[in-house]
Design a protein around this ligand. Sequence first.
Ligand SMILES: Cc1cc2nc3c(=O)[nH]c(=O)nc-3n(C[C@H](O)[C@H](O)[C@H](O)COP(=O)(O)O)c2cc1C
Length: 186
Amino acid sequence: MIKVAALVGSIRKDSYNMKLTQFMKDRYRDHFDIQVVTIRDLAHYDQDIEEEAPASVQRFKSEVAEADAFLIVTPEFNHSIPGVLKNALDWLSRGDREMANKATFIAGATMGALGTVRAQMQLRQILNSPGMGANVLPGNEILIGSVQNKIDENGKLTDPQTIDFIDNVVDQFIPFVEAQKEKVHS
Ligand SMILES: Cc1cc2nc3c(=O)[nH]c(=O)nc-3n(C[C@H](O)[C@H](O)[C@H](O)COP(=O)(O)O)c2cc1C
């Protein structure tokens, strides 16, 4: 079983991105053990406190440390990723650099038409920085626009084309993680 730490860029309670993450956790449970790691209570990144980081940061870093892989699911805020997600990533770029070389895939949902494309372009750039060093699945962009029409009142993704697309990305991601794990253990 592949252990996946999921970071969700929206912390509001009715977040579509959280619903999408829960959908993926359930649908792919035979392949992945997806654990959503909260980023809500993280202190602001501050170099002055990183040596003796606050409990919220220590908890967060230890929760993701054992993951084989990462999933980031995020909305777009003002053509970028939400600050709360950037803050979490900045913490992970320091100290043990928990995302370094870890297989990572990305999804995003928005009520607008473009499905987080601008945010995801920036997110890939961030994850590619020397501090982060994540191993991001190339291509395979899960961009979900008009998400309010694709998730039902129970929070379930219902749009068949979107589900097919995500299934296909997951099919690409499984061998990508396996190859990564072999590299780490060889
Ligand atoms: C501060 C703010 C900025 C936003 N900026 C964008 C944007 O640049 N592009 C976009 O497609 N949607 C934008 N939206 C709309 C969000 O995509 C929409 O609110 C989405 O449902 C948020 O994700 P969530 O449901 O997971 O919280 C913005 C929303 C907020 C609150």
